[in-house]
Structures are given as C-alpha cells and as structure tokens.
Design a protein around this ligand. Structure first.
Ligand SMILES: Nc1ncnc2c1ncn2[C@@H]1O[C@H](COP(=O)(O)OP(=O)(O)OP(=O)(O)O)[C@@H](O)[C@H]1O
Ligand SMILES: [Mg+2]
Length: 237
C-alpha cells in the first residue's frame, strides 16, 4: 500500500562557514508515500524551502541521504540526478520564473526541450497541458503579458508536461487573490485525485495545508510535529 516515493535519513543542511555557519536542517528522517498529499508548514526561516529543495534534488545535503523510489540519490552522478529530476518531478516554484520573452507555449514545453523531445511533439503536448488549464488561447502570448493567476496556471502546465509522479509546490497560492487561489488548489488536488500524483506543498495558508493528508510542522530546522488526515471534504474525497 504505502510505497515510499521519497525518503530521507538524518538530513542535515548547513549553509555558510565560520561565523556565518548556519544549520538550516538538523537531521530529518521522513518518508513520503506514493500518491500522498503532504504540506510542509512552519514559520519563515524554519527550513521549509531548504527541505523541499533537497527532496526535489535541486540541492545537496551536507549530511544524510535522500532516496527516490528506494534508491539513494546522494551518490549518483549529477547528470543522472538531473535526468531523474526532469523525468519524475514537476515544479511550481515562485522563483522559477517564467521566461518573460518567450511565449507561454515555449515556457510550458521547456522541460520537454531539456529532455530532447522534438518540436512537433513538444507543441502537441504543450497545447494539451494548456487546454487542461484553460490557457490554450494564450499559447502564443509572451509570458509577461499575463495576470498573476494566469502565470501560475502556466507554471502548473509546465510542471505537468512530463507526466511527473511528484509535484513540488512552494507557496503556490502565495500572491494570488482568494478566487484564483481556489482555482490553483482545485487544479493541484484534481491532479492528485485523477492521476495519483504525489503533492508536496510548502505553504503558509492553513486552509491549503488542511486539505493535505499529512502536515509536517517545522521549527528551527526540525520537524516538531506531524498531523495526519485531511481536515476538509476536499482532501478526503
Ligand atoms: N543560501 C543560503 N545561505 C545561507 N543561509 C540560508 C540560505 N538559504 C537559506 N538560508 C537560511 O536557512 C534558514 C531556512 O531557510 P528556508 O528558505 O528553508 O526557510 P523557509 O522555511 O522556506 O522560510 P520562508 O517561509 O520565509 O520561505 C533561514 O534562516 C535562511 O536564512
Ligand atoms: Mg521558503
């Protein structure tokens, strides 16, 4: 039943050295199962993004291990790690900006370009993803000429394009009004329900966190508490 998709053992992340040395993660051992929805919550600076970056194989731990589908990743070659990341994960990160000068379609299909998929196939799959998010009519727009909620939907389309098994979202509703936040949440949880995609979401939004099946509560680089069970009808469906 509960196959781990991601596991960590004694994960430590230290930034800087000497007087600037800072232990952002203090030895975390966690497991995220296939098809789960997990929220990472906690105060600003508690280490949420750091943990997510390590889980998403975007950064290396100082000590400890991250395993993807029960294979330790830490010892793999960087090119292998990049390939795994591109094949397995989708990202909805505010700092992964859309390229303003490229079209919506070019932005969405970038992960396929990285994977070496030909242009016709890229565009076909890109349009399909944009249709799912009701953004097909904006495919030829420059990414800069979009509203905040539209940009977020383009980010989700890009996150979906590789049929990822895990989507990582860092404050996916951070800068959005409540109606647009709701749309983005519906899209993310819909992907979970319909395609069994694992969601790992960093959020300050308590309502969004409550919709996840598990909440990991972080404080000063540690997980101080874990809560189980979605707390709304949305999450228990
Ligand atoms: N590159 C870095 N160099 C030095 N310190 C860093 C670096 N990145 C993060 N930190 C520090 O590590 C701690 C955890 O940062 P992190 O970004 O994981 O927090 P967070 O929980 O995501 O916060 P927020 O809710 O504000 O996004 C913070 O004290 C931060 O200042
Ligand atoms: Mg953060």
């Amino acid at each position: 039943m509960s196959t781990p998709v991601l596991e960590t053992e004694n994960l430590v992340k230290v930034y800087g050295r000497g007087a600037a040395r800072f232990e952002a993660l203090k030895g975390l051992t966690i497991q995220i199962n296939r098809g789960e929805t997990v929220a990472i919550v906690g105060k600003s600076g508690s280490g949420k993004s750091t943990l997510m970056h390590l889980l998403a194989l975007l950064d290396q731990p100082t000590h400890g291990v991250v395993a993807l589908e029960e294979k330790p990743v830490t010892q793999m070659k960087p090119t292998k790690i990049s390939k795994l990341r591109n094949e397995t994960f989708g990202f909805v990160f505010q700092q992964f900006f859309l390229n303003a000068n490229q079209t919506v379609l070019e932005n969405v299909t970038l992960p396929l370009k990285i994977a070496g998929v030909g242009k016709a196939e890229r565009n076909r799959r890109g349009m399909k993803a944009l249709e799912q998010l009701e953004m097909a009519d904006k495919a030829k727009n420059k990414a800069t000429n979009l509203s905040g909620g539209q940009k977020q939907r383009v980010c989700i389309a890009r996150a979906l394009i590789n049929n990822p098994s895990v989507i990582f979202a860092d404050e996916p509703t951070g800068n959005l009004d409540s109606a647009t936040s709701e749309t983005v949440e519906e899209i993310l949880f819909g992907l979970h329900r319909e395609h069994g995609i694992t969601l790992v979401i960093v959020t300050h939004d308590e309502d969004l966190a409550a919709k996840c099946q598990r909440r990991l509560i972080m404080q000063d680089g540690e997980i101080v508490r874990e809560e189980n069970g979605a707390q709304t009808a949305e999450g228990t469906r």
